[in-house]
Design a protein around this ligand. Structure first.
Ligand code: NAI
Ligand code: MG
Length: 503
């Protein structure tokens, strides 16, 4: 996948590899000539440059997607599905270079994160490729005099904006269902992690007609906003922060176009008194996504621990968390990599300082990052747990997007549920107990789009993934999600009792 790398012709600038963006089947620099340097956050070194796309590039990409739409939308769904499956084959064969690219640009550890992400991308294309024949309509039983049926039609050009935390999986989760359903796509990658997404685009472009998929790089303000506001974009699909999601929804409202939003979270992780077990400790660590530096919207970042087991459980948790290895993302022994960039790193440190400054907070493990030694070479945040927390603390209310967990004691189930639901977010939740009744009762009462009982895995294709409250609207990751988010129903009604031509 090296063919898109070209030498940069910059005057006097460091010779960083330049990765162009995909517009109308061509690999191009930004029309304005600007570039964005991509940093490896584990070493704080620049690794590549990408175009700094602006409104002019958005214009060209949307025009290309609009021109490609009629032909693409009329291809038989099974044939579109076959192309997605061929993309999956290429992605599967090339998963390792993609994994290394993701590890380098995001700082995510190769073994625990980047490699599973790269493999997951192929699976997503294979899943949606296989679903193409399910774009079925219905026949309505309105009587013998009429044939009334529905068609699932594509919406048009989809504008998609994605974040950096699992960049290639999140790109695939929009591209694969949108294309399967017959739409064309203009995607803007996140400025911190565009390289893996461009590799994905290259794999796609081997099989897709020009303009069906366009991938732009650039900042939110210069490239994301003109894309979201473009009059020819008929559907907006966004993953990222709640504050930007609110803007996107406002722009969708101006044009009355449908929008899917996958936003932040502050998810509860609930441990019942019968669950003081090692496998639950592992589950809490998995839920917190510590091995992704907790840069995950589904992080179970509020730990509701029953008071009866509170101290013992935290001792076990501390022992396990302290055993996780922080370091070079490319080292196979590394469990936890680096925070994406300086801004996020400083934001996370600010929350740690906030906890350290509280008299009522007990630091169980972690704290501020080391000021010297190998970890000081990158944006490495140490897994940190504060106990004795209250659900009212800023640490318990705001999405930190870093490895800072707060443990909140509980005794009464109703009060615990009240606290768990006292959040403007509602994305995920985790419940650990041997008692099936308690597990399901809690699962049903929690306000979240996804509740896991006695497990803390990642999303799998087919699962209805998405949030409630300010965590977002819409679902995209399943057959039903594709149908709801990337098609529109048309009803056709035909009168079967027309008088004969002779009459
Ligand atoms: P962000 O929401 O600013 O960025 C996500 C995407 O939106 C990027 O592609 C960005 O370029 C684009 N964007 C930013 N401003 C835009 C605008 N005005 N118009 C159109 N597009 C725009 O997220 P950021 O700044 O990277 O992270 C900040 C916080 O957001 C994190 O600390 C975390 O709390 C949350 N977040 C949540 C994510 C999730 O998966 N739900 C992913 C990333 C961040
Ligand atoms: Mg970076």
């Amino acid at each position: 996948m090296d063919s898109i790398e070209t030498a940069r012709q910059g005057a006097g600038a460091a010779k960083l590899p330049f990765r162009p963006m995909l517009v109308g089947g061509d690999w191009l620099p930004a029309r304005g000539g600007g570039t964005i340097a991509v940093e490896n956050p584990a070493r704080r070194s620049l690794i590549a440059e990408v175009p700094r796309g602006t409104a002019e590039d958005v214009e060209a990409a949307v025009a290309a997607a609009l021109a490609a739409f009629p032909a693409w939308s009329r291809i038989a769904p099974r044939d579109r599905g076959r192309l997605l499956t061929r993309i999956a084959d290429v992605l599967e064969a090339d998963a390792e270079p993609l994994a290394r690219c993701i590890a380098e640009e995001t700082g995510n550890a190769l073994r625990t994160q980047a490699r599973p992400e790269a493999r997951g991308v192929a699976e997503i294309f294979r899943y949606f490729g296989g679903l193409a024949s399910e774009l079925k309509g219905e026949t309505l039983a309105l009587g013998e005099h009429v044939l009334s049926y529905t068609r699932r039609e594509p919406i048009g050009v989809v504008g998609a904006i994605i974040p950096w935390n699992a960049p290639v999986v999140l790109a695939a989760l929009k591209i694969a269902p949108a294309l399967c359903a017959g739409n064309t796509v203009v995607m803007k990658a996140a400025e911190d992690a565009p390289l893996g997404v461009l590799m994905l685009a290259e794999a796609c472009q081997r099989f897709l007609p020009a303009g069906v998929l366009n991938v732009l790089t650039g900042t939110g303000a210069e490239c994301g906003e003109p894309l979201a506001r473009h009059p020819d974009i008929r559907k907006l699909s966004f993953t990222g922060s709640t504050s930007v999601g609110r803007l996107i929804m406002g722009w969708a409202a101006e044009r009355i176009v449908p929008v899917s939003l996958e936003l932040g979270g502050k998810s509860p992780c609930i441990v019942y008194p019968d669950a003081d077990k090692d496998w639950v400790v592992e589950g809490v660590i998995a839920a917190m996504r510590f091995t992704r530096q907790s840069q995950s919207c589904t992080a179970g970042s509020r730990l509701f621990l029953h008071r009866r087991i509170h101290d013992r459980f935290l001792d076990r948790l501390k022992a396990k968390v302290d055993g996780l290895k922080l370091g070079d993302p490319l080292d196979e022994a590394t469990d936890i990599g680096a925070i994406i960039n300086r801004r996020q790193f400083e934001k996370v440190c600010g929350y740690v300082r906030d906890g350290l400054a509280r008299d009522d907070a007990r630091l169980v493990t972690g704290g501020l990052p080391p000021a010297d030694g190998p970890l000081a070479q990158g944006y490495f945040a140490v897994p940190t747990i504060f106990a004795g927390a209250s659900n009212d603390w800023r640490l318990a209310r705001e999405e930190i997007f870093g490895p800072v967990l707060v443990a909140i004691p509980w005794e009464d189930e109703a009060e615990m549920l009240r606290m768990a639901n006292d959040s403007h977010y509602g994305l995920a939740a985790y419940v650990f107990t041997h008692e099936i009744g308690a597990g399901l009762r809690t699962a049903h009462r929690i306000e979240a789009g996804w509740v896991q009982v006695n497990q803390a895995g990642g999303q799998v294709p087919g699962h209805h993934y998405g949030g409630v409250k300010q965590s977002g609207i819409g679902r995209e990751f399943s057959l039903e999600g594709m149908l709801e988010s990337f098609t529109q129903r048309k009803n056709v009604s035909v009168n079967l009792e027309v008088p004969s031509r002779a009459a």
